[in-house]
Design a protein around this ligand. Structure first.
Ligand SMILES: Cc1ncc(COP(=O)(O)O)c(C=O)c1O
Length: 393
């Protein structure tokens, strides 16, 4: 009896009860098909198939050979912070004090630091729906309240000042997460749209976090950084996507000057520092931009293959394919929901994609996300397989 009662204290915490990432289930189903000898075109996971820049790999190898790999400063290797600050001058024409740059364990590590540094339990933080699920799941685990703002075609799938202020008036917000290019939609905000919503938020004392992880992968127009609109906005970025370094787990933040010390204290306690070899590689990655631009041109070609082929296969409604490497398509006309559609497309056509329910609890049942970070041959194969499958009915 006593033991039974004691056992109930051994349960996982309520805050750990966050939903799983559905894409992992699709990956597992695809792996089962492959284990049984089947062929699958993978378009479900949002990661590049290319390797890190050769410059990054060489730098990590040299650092490894030199022997000792110790901790670094909690905020990151100073020369890497300086190099990241230079990147803002080079790419956006924004002068940045390297003291405002914090190196993080991927952008995922950046979110935890940012949310802990900026918000208290109970704080309400707005974000677009559809959107990247971990924003809301991390906030929930930290005791904050995610507030989903529905977006649609008329606003290019982005949060507008009006929508933000409406949500804020209904119940005050403490924060706002923006992402451009966005996941899963692949849509982007123009520089003017970004500036307008940052100004509207900050005018109401709402802290902006701008997830710029897909910067560099912009096709419709150049992506603008929130660091160019405001010194208060907290910018999050990563080496995972443009630099093809997902497994290296290294990213960065640009924080307001007065937020750096609180973030440093958190980082010291939570992680001590970011993996040293990854930081060394990251600094050298900036010298590999030519190689990464070639990878980006590959995505652009893939995007054209899908934009040509999927409408012919019957996809009538595809969101603007502005950036990142995602194409978000309406599948409601094919009957059933997107989870069912993704399952059937995997089993019957051998193409794995992610159902929108991961990204949007309300309308996600109508959408599916294709990742086009694979090879051109895979894109042609996917279009052919999907067309044949839909034709067969
Ligand atoms: C929008 C967005 N933000 C952040 C991340 C996390 O990336 P990482 O932790 O590898 O930097 C991802 C990964 O898919 C993403 O799509």
């Amino acid at each position: 009896m006593l033991i039974d009662r004691a056992k109930q204290w051994l349960n996982p915490s309520r805050r750990s009860d966050v939903p799983p990432f559905m894409v992992m289930d699709v990956m597992a189903a695809a792996a089962r098909i492959e284990a049984a000898g089947g062929r699958v075109v993978h378009m479900e996971v949002g990661q590049p198939v290319a390797s890190a820049p050769a410059t990054a790999i060489a730098a990590a190898q040299a650092a490894l050979v030199s022997g000792r790999v110790g901790y670094t400063a909690a905020l990151g290797i100073p020369s890497l912070r300086v190099r990241i600050a230079r990147h803002y001058a080079e790419v956006y024409g924004v002068a940045l004090d390297p003291e405002r740059v914090v190196v993080t364990t991927g952008s995922s590590g950046g979110f935890i630091l940012a949310f802990l540094a900026l918000f208290d339990p109970g704080d309400r933080v707005a974000m677009a729906s559809p959107g990247y699920p971990p924003y809301r799941h991390i906030l929930t685990a930290l005791g904050c309240e995610p507030v989903l703002i529905e977006t649609g075609e008329e606003t290019r799938w982005a949060i507008t000042p009006q929508a933000l202020l409406e949500a804020h008036r209904a119940k005050p917000l403490k924060g706002l997460i923006l992402a451009s290019p966005a996941n899963p939609t692949g849509t982007m905000m123009t520089a003017a749209a970004l500036r307008a919503v940052v100004n509207a938020a900050e005018g109401e004392g709402i802290r902006v976090i701008s997830d710029e992880i897909y910067h560099g992968l912009d096709y419709a127009f150049p992506a603008a950084t929130a660091a160019g609109c405001s010194e208060q906005a907290l910018v999050i970025n990563s080496f995972s996507k443009y630099f093809c370094m997902t497994g290296w787990r290294v990213g960065w933040m640009v924080a307001a000057a007065d937020m750096v010390r609180p973030i440093e204290r958190l980082q010291q306690n939570l992680a001590i520092s970011v993996p040293t070899l990854s930081q060394v590689a990251a600094e050298a990655a900036f010298d590999g931009r030519e190689e990464m631009e070639a990878v980006k041109h590959g995505y652009e070609a893939n995007r054209q293959i899908l934009l040509g082929g999927l409408p012919r296969a019957g996809f009538e409604h595809i969101l603007p394919v502005d950036g990142a490497f995602y194409l978000y398509a309406d599948v409601s006309r094919f009957g059933g929901d997107s989870l069912d559609f993704a399952k059937r497309m995997l089993e019957e056509a051998g193409v794995a994609a992610t159902p929108g329910v991961d990204f949007d609890p309300v309308h996600g049942k109508d959408f599916i996300r294709f990742c086009y970070a694979g090879s051109a041959d895979e894109m042609y194969e996917a279009v052919e397989r999907i067309s044949d499958w839909l034709r067969r009915g």
